[in-house]
Design a protein around this ligand. Sequence first.
Ligand code: ADP
Ligand code: MG
Length: 321
Amino acid sequence: MLSEFELIKNYFVRARQGRAVVGIGDDCAVIAPAAGKQMAISSDMLVEDRHFFAGADARMLGHKSLAVNLSDLAAMGARPLGFTLALALPAADPVWLEAFASGLFALADEFDCELIGGDTTKGPLTICITVFGELAPGQALRRDAALAGDDIWISGALGDARLALAHYWNEHRLSDAALAQAAPRMHAPTPRVALGQALAQGQLARAAIDISDGLAGDLRHILGASGLGATLDADALPAGPVLAQQDSDLRRRFCVAGGDDYELCFTAAPAQRAAVQEAGLRTGTAVTRVGRMETARGLRLVDSAGKALTLKVAGFDHFAS
Ligand code: ADP
Ligand code: MG
């Protein structure tokens, strides 16, 4: 049986560490902020049976645990620097740990984000990561910074993660091929880190949020914080390739109120349209203009002809369900 310290040493301490002044092994990690930069810090917790199914693939779980955190840095426009990992495990299973660490570190290396500390305990499987990133002062993409008249943009595509979940919940059956295409969007989301940084550094976007609980619910946080309303064109929303094959009602519903998309929703002045498109091209991320910020409070949905739509568009709330 692995001891706690062997477990940390075998699976989480890596040969090449350098970002922290003091890394794993002391009471605290010590990091030196770059001169003139600010730090962006965020935590996200994944709990078995709440955020993922029991028996979920450990490699994808390693990826997703860090991806959802990197997505928060992306939504702020920050550059990832490091993270801590607090882990409760029912048992020290070497096969599980090896797979979890490989998924985690593959993504960490892709975004040059170093594991600098954490905590390990026995308990029901729970993964809590805290990420640290850096920003130039004044460049954070805040939720309260949208202005009336701003365009609303979405990165990538929406709804395929929710569609995979609908399959697992027996809400909507998918063919094996469709499930194989949609499931990675749920299990292994792509954080839009390069786009977020480009939007912040170029001062192209005003407000941003990452879509974890469904577009409508998350956009409402921007509306509330900025004291504004919005109209969304439901038919302009970029559906994922699998959702795009489904009927228009399901397509609209899962685009507007899906979940687990980890795309960015951001606002930008109409004068920035070309620059936003260029930032999308430069970072290899599709960007689609889907609506407009308005002074009239509330969220309105219209179809491509401008006709009002009524959809039940509550966001996901852990304590309401
Ligand atoms: P403490 O008793 O001060 O909480 P621990 O004994 O829990 O310290 O941890 C020892 C060292 O290992 C610390 O530097 C801590 O940050 C690190 N650590 C513990 N668990 C993890 C983990 N899952 N991933 C990375 N580092 C970890
Ligand atoms: Mg500890």
